[in-house]
Design a protein around this ligand. Sequence first.
Ligand code: MN3
Length: 383
Amino acid sequence: MKRVAILGSTGSIGTQALEVISQHPDEFSVEVLTAHNNADLLIKQAIQFQPNTVIISNKEKYSYVQQALDSHMIKVFAGDQALAQVVEMDTIDIVLGALVGYSGLLPIINALKHGKPVALANKEVLVVAGQLVNKLSHEHNAAILPVDSEHSAIFQCMAGEFEYSNSIEKIYLTASGGPFRGFTKEQLQTVTKQQALKHPNWDMGAKVTIDSASLMNKGLEMIEAKWLFGVDSSNIEVVVHPQSIVHSAVQFTDGSIKAQMGLPDMKLPIQYALTYPRRIQSHFPRFSFWDYPQLTFEKPQPDNFRNLYLAFEAIAKSGNMPCIMNAANEVAVQAFLHDKISFFAMSNLIEKTMEHISFIQTPSLDEYVLTHNESIAYAQSLL
Ligand code: MN3
């Protein structure tokens, strides 16, 4: 029985993880649930799954949650510090990191420092501080198991290859292209958030859906892949694949390519990360070749989607540059969601912030935190 801590249990990944867990009561129990703001759903989940502890990061909602769970003998804590500390509990076997953006960094770092394996959905943790996160993972023998569908695909392609140190020649990172695939620059000038929030294949949270529309998501994933699999960014190629059936592919030194396929359903990579290296039964809908007589592949258009180019530039510089880019992007996405800037203006905001903030080659954790805060403040001042 694996005892799971779900950081971000009320979000898209968190709720799907609880679906997986509820289908396998003999495999998993829930030890910790955490939410930022959605107290009602957190309470409902806690009553159903009976965790030892829940955390609500918004301190104003503490007494509301505490009163609701008091009679259920569930411990309740509030605030970001409690969120970062809860992963230390001895009774946690695996931490599912499903927080949004930078907020996941400190809890995941603390989980690794305490030797907890991390099933990581929250890619920004690796984007912001990949070098440090990898170092801690190795030092404390705490595995990072990818939940992001592309990275789960690559990880599944690597099964049986790690043991023999078979090295990757190239990664093909697939992208659906999002709702604006094939749009001209003129068309992109007037797109709205309502259009951007309608992803053709995947049902996800607002942050990652906007990132998918702007291709920043693929930029973040390219950086995530570099840190997870030790592949230089020049050996990662983004391939637009509108059907989202091939979830990514790995080319080995003999030229052979392995790909992982399936219907787009996040529950599969979530389950694999939680049960790795085993596979267990699932009742997710099965892929049929007859429903997809054509799978197609295209090159991305970096002229129209500048974020992808900015991400390659950020990882080429490395140091704190991806952290700067990520922070500016978080500001840009929020501003776009609140109708403060246009779709195109997001890339300008990110680029200007990357030019302005001081570069650090090998940042400490404190310097990452400082870089993030400075970048957020500067990007906000540009709005
Ligand atoms: Mn993905």
